[in-house]
Write a protein that binds this ligand. Structure first.
Ligand code: DC
Length: 219
């Protein structure tokens, strides 16, 4: 049986950086499920679909074929045959991903792919509902979080380093909005699984957070 590690938590808690490092350390595959929702979000944006239109979303998502492949150990997301990995990291696509992810038909479409990856490989999978819905038998389950202020400041610095303009208060507001949508949707909302261990990275370095999670995996 394959080993499945689940890491859930809100946007900007450091999930992807930490999950990627932990997976590399253990020789497991890192599965970024947010990237799959982002690919669907990108498809809807490109095709001018109203993200609030449930019927259109359910119809159009049948035309968006999302798959995953690994190149040099990195996850690549393929949307209808096109590698879109470099196009899905914008705030617009993140917002679209959060909006499409409230839809049960969209979630169902990606659930199969996520479970298949976990059943065939040792994985560290990150997302919002991995420990609660996608992989209820994952061990360990980690709920990775940090305060809104800390997450916003991290994102602000990231954008500054890239030379992009950013307003801290606006980033904070976007994070609050996304948390609210992800935590309060009807289907598979973001919440800590009962058997998940809470890791708050507000006052931790990436190295400290990785060490804490590796310890949980080894125990
Ligand atoms: O982790 P991320 O920022 O790349 O995720 C983008 C959005 O996708 C997030 O706001 C909610 C959604 N998502 C989800 O609903 N379930 C997951 N397992 C992963 C992401």
């Amino acid at each position: 049986m394959s080993i499945n590690v689940a890491i859930d938590g809100p946007a900007g808690a450091g999930k992807s950086t930490i999950a990627r490092r932990v997976a590399a350390e253990k020789g497991f595959i890192y599965v970024d499920t947010g990237a799959m929702f982002r690919a669907i979000g990108l498809y809807m944006l490109r095709n001018g679909i109203d993200l609030e239109d449930k019927e259109a979303l359910e119809r159009e998502c049948q035309k968006a074929e999302v798959t995953i492949c690994y190149k040099d150990g990195e996850q690549n997301v393929i949307l209808n045959g096109e590698n879109v990995s470099g196009l899905i990291r914008t705030p617009e696509v993140g917002d679209a991903a959060s909006k499409v992810s409230v839809n049960g038909v969209v979630r169902e479409r990606l659930l199969y792919l996520q479970r298949e990856l976990a059943s065939t490989s040792d994985v560290v999978m990150d997302g919002r509902d991995i420990g609660t819905v996608v992989l209820p038998n994952a061990k360990p389950k980690i709920y990775l979080t940090a305060s809104v202020e800390v997450r916003a400041m991290r994102r602000f610095k990231e954008l500054q380093e890239k030379g992009q303009e950013a307003v801290l208060e606006e980033i904070q507001e976007q994070i609050r909005e996304r948390d609210d949508r992800d935590m309060h949707r009807d289907i598979a909302p973001l919440k800590q699984a009962e058997d998940a261990v809470l890791v708050d990275t507000s006052d931790m370095t990436i190295e400290e957070a990785c060490a804490a999670i590796l310890k949980l995996i080894e125990s």
